[in-house]
Design a binder for this molecule. Sequence first.
Ligand code: 5GP
Length: 204
Amino acid sequence: MRLNKGQLYIISAPSGTGKTTISRRLLKVLPNIRESVSYTTRSPRAGEIDTVDYIFVSVETFRDMLKNNAFIEYAEVHGNLYGTALATIQEVLSEGNDVLLDIDTQGARQIRNKHIKATSIFIIPPSIDALYQRLKKRNTESDEVIHRRVEKARDEVREGMLYDYIIVNDNLDQALRELSSIITANRVRGNCIDKDWVEKTFHI
Ligand code: 5GP
């Protein structure tokens, strides 16, 4: 049984660090945690499914949602808009699950500035060269785009130093163990416990 209420986790990393692989594996091995599906204006990539990978919307729909304060954070990344809807988070939390937000450093900063309680985890590649090699191996971006992403990675790593936890991904299993340990330890922290439940159960 769980003593704690659902928590928010933010995970960010420079493009090509292996964040998606680590997050997907985490969701398979750790119970009671779900990913928040973001809204985006970018087009689906081959194999991506609407409402599973993202909720793909037009720029007009996104702007309307922005006007209606539907997002707890949003950002423009590589020319497209991405946002986390408050309703999505509330839905996952109401099911008694933790929420994993796979968002960029701009979004994480907005959540921090709004003083929303969240645990942030930043994943870094073992070196700039390793990042460059990984992006090249992926073979999905041109040399120019790879160069831009590597340059952006430096700024992201600087911002990443403000996160609660930093994980170096030079070994996937080790990185997954570290991420899983952070969440597991956090779940039993005294300040995450559902005090209402304790008071009711023990009549205190
Ligand atoms: P991609 O288009 O490759 O799936 O994602 C590009 C970047 O956008 C990634 O760094 C990802 O973490 C970030 N991202 C995805 N969804 C959101 C979101 O809802 N908010 C913010 N701020 N960033 C997001």
